[in-house]
Design a protein around this ligand. Structure first.
Ligand code: PEP
Length: 258
């Protein structure tokens, strides 16, 4: 496939609460030869791995010189302070991260994240020089009630509130329908693409056509080696944020080498 899109694909592994430092090093050692041809591929991908915080030093050591980038799975918006259990943007950068996942539906569902807190985190991440992978998506109930576009619009606009156009341009957006995450129910390529097109139209209204055309929008929700090609054939889908299938180096490599 030749690259007709102005956007470079990105495959991001969200390990959630899985793997130890030793397992992280082993994963990266196994992944690396499997994705070595990516750099010379017709459509090379950016490869990002988001391990649990204690695995970042092992991941940074194993990923050095490979082109594989690291992401934090979350962060606090403050730079330091009495926030037990939290980490800051500067800490993620110092641990070797270039990206941070923000607003994941599991954070929203189980840890009380709101559009307002996600917005504060986006500002803090960008100010520190991290690239946010900003997650949004509707629940099944919202989809069945015909609210998908309204929910996406609200999450997008509230999450990105107050960002300067140059800051917005840095963000990677991840459309993750909540009903498809970890359920084995992938959105069809057409359903996913419809949401991506809608998000791009909203981005055009917020930041202009050229900015919207350049913004990377990933799909997330039960992405697997057997459904990645259909998703990536959609012009508005620029990559994937992957949970379950990213825990196995063979499966994740198959996604990178789609
Ligand atoms: C995710 O955690 O962002 C995700 C999409 O998980 P899964 O691929 O397991 O559905």
């Amino acid at each position: 496939m030749t690259d007709s899109s102005p956007r470079r694909p990105l495959m991001a592994a969200n390990w959630k609460m899985h793997k130890t430092p030793a397992e992280t090093a082993e994963f990266l050692a196994r992944l690396q030869p499997l994705v070595a041809a990516n750099r010379e591929a017709a459509r090379p991908c950016d490869i990002v791995v988001a391990p649990p915080f204690p695995c970042l030093p092992a991941a940074a050591a194993a990923a050095r010189g490979t082109g594989i980038e690291l992401a934090g799975q979350n962060m606090h918006w403050e730079s330091h302070g009495a926030f037990t259990g939290e980490v800051s943007a500067a800490m993620l950068l110092a641990a070797g991260c270039r990206y941070v996942i923000l607003g994941h539906s599991e954070r929203r569902q189980y840890f009380g994240e709101t559009d307002a807190t996600v917005n504060r985190k986006l500002h803090a991440a960008l100010a520190a020089g991290l690239t946010p992978i900003f997650c949004l998506g509707e629940t099944l109930a919202q989809r069945e009630a015909g609210e998908t576009e309204a929910v996406l619009r609200e999450q997008l606009e509230r999450g990105m509130l107050g960002l300067a156009p140059a800051q917005a341009a840095v963000c990677v957006i991840a459309y993750e329908p909540v009903w498809a995450i970890g359920t084995g129910k992938t959105a069809t390529p057409e359903t996913a693409a419809e949401a991506h097109r809608y998000l791009r139209r909203r981005l055009a209204l917020l930041y202009g056509e050229a900015a919207a055309a350049a913004q990377r929008i990933l799909y997330g929700g039960s992405v697997k080696p057997d459904n990645i090609r259909g998703l990536m054939a959609q012009p508005d889908i620029d990559g994937a944020l992957v949970g379950g299938a990213s825990l196995d180096p063979q499966a994740f490599a198959a996604l990178v080498n789609f």
